[in-house]
Design a protein around this ligand. Structure first.
Ligand code: NZQ
Ligand code: ZN
Length: 390
């Protein structure tokens, strides 16, 4: 196991009855709030009214940044910075899924820099301080509620890129599983696939000696496999929604990647699909992951993939370890397709072969020439994985 520092200071307020703490938590940091949210789900669910009532009762001044898109766009960050500056706000409350939280993180850092927010994403500028952020999570998926990063899209340049700063780690996050009851089947499935992908990106590493972290990762994967289908069939099942919600935070908050090198593989490939075709992140990950595992299956990786099958899906170990590994991959594909009802080809989400080459080139370029994950993937390797996913 490698040396590491693990320090995630986000305060989690989990459960049905945590909104009573909202005003107190905000007042630890500020009193003039930017309330950021997406396309309106929080209005339909009644959460918006609840928040406004709390603001009014507690004399909390607020302005709104609304309409943040899924695959959030840099343009919304520009608008957010403008609202913050015009109103001298000192705190951001991000209410939504990963898109709203990610965009809010960029706004929190950009407000202190005299540059376009996109400069931060392309690393021309660096966040040196940020406004404090709190979140109310409405969709379990990205883990943005308990990590320091975000992913922003620039439609003009067809880029979707990650950024991160220790300063943008949320100060607190309210996680009420009941709020996720209204998440539709598609986004429930995509969220579960995203949580599993974060876990697998951290799990599929070679000879790292991080035995404990890998067993924890298997626990998170089994949690998703057990409760994902239950949440699909019974959207208001509290046990399922709460387990999935807590899994989302722990898949990516840094615990699983402690003590090992975990450069990610599937996310850089998926981000190009979302950048070029604006597809749902988790769906893209589900489509690519079994093809990625099949592509990298060789003498070096077979034990790792076989362990995954045996420990997560209960594949019976046999003399033929390659066959066991193939069964593991088939189980994963079947889980996404049959249990989570995810369309498992690029064609089904509107992606044909026309831009595969361009996307493969971009995925390699955005990762510094090649994706240096558990197995190095050059442009041609990425292209093969895309083609196998058509
Ligand atoms: O915009 P509204 O109206 O709120 O609707 C949203 C949106 O249409 C809806 N939704 C959210 N909560 C709901 C709800 N609908 C009904 N009831 C609720 N309670 O769901 C739709 C998708 O929301 P979005 O925030 O886009 O989904 P998600 O949380 O999956 O976030 C995806 C974004 O996060 C990035 C992805 O790339 C993508 O841009 N990621 C962020 C990461 C991070 N910060 O660490 C890591 C991830 O790997 C990921 O890349
Ligand atoms: Zn993800």
């Amino acid at each position: 196991m490698r040396d590491f520092i693990f320090n995630v200071s986000t305060k989690i307020l989990f459960g049905r009855d945590q909104m009573k703490n909202l005003a107190k938590e905000i007042k630890n940091y500020g009193s003039r709030v930017l309330l950021s949210y997406g396309g309106g789900s929080i209005k339909r669910s009644g959460l918006y009214d609840e928040i406004i009532k709390i603001f009014e009762e507690n004399n909390i001044f607020y302005k709104e940044l609304s309409g943040i898109e899924p695959n959030p766009r840099v343009e919304s960050a520009r608008e957010g910075v403008k609202i913050l500056k015009e109103n001298d706000l000192d705190f951001i409350l991000a209410v939504g899924g990963g898109s709203v939280i990610d965009l809010s993180k960029l706004v929190a850092g950009a407000v202190f820099l005299d540059c376009d927010p996109w400069d931060i994403v392309i690393r021309k500028a660096k966040i040196e301080k940020a406004l404090p952020i709190g979140t109310i999570l409405t969709l379990a998926a990205t883990g943005s509620e308990m990590d320091a990063g975000g992913v922003i899209t620039n439609p003009e340049t067809k880029q979707k890129l990650a950024f991160g700063s220790p300063y943008t780690l949320p100060k607190f996050s309210i996680l009420n599983p009941e709020i996720t009851y209204t998440v539709n089947a598609k986004h429930t499935a995509a969220g579960v696939a995203d949580i599993m992908s974060h876990t697998m990106e951290n799990y599929f590493t070679l000879k790292d000696g991080a035995y404990m972290q890998n067993r924890l990762a298997e626990g998170i994967l089994k949690t998703c496999i057990h409760y994902g289908p239950i949440a699909m069939a019974e959207p208001e099942n509290y046990e399922a929604r709460s387990n999935i919600m807590w899994a989302s935070s722990w898949a990516i908050n840094g615990l699983l990647s402690t003590g090992k090198a975990t450069p990610w593989s599937v996310h850089p490939m998926e981000h190009e699909l979302s950048a070029f075709y604006d597809i749902t992140h988790g769906i893209g990950l589900a489509i690519l992951t079994p093809r990625f595992l099949s592509y990298i299956l060789n003498e070096d990786t077979v034990d790792m993939i076989r362990d995954f099958g045996v420990n997560v899906f209960g594949v019976e170990p046999s003399e033929d370890k390659f066959n066991d590994a193939k069964k593991a991959i088939a189980n994963l594909h079947k889980f996404f397709e049959q249990d989570m009802n995810i369309p498992m080809t690029l064609g089904e989400v509107g992606i044909d072969d026309k831009k595969l080459e361009e996307m493969a080139e971009a995925a390699a370029r955005h990762s510094g020439g090649s994706i240096k994950g558990v197995v190095e993937l050059k442009k041609d390797d990425i292209l093969e994985i895309y083609k196998a996913s058509l």
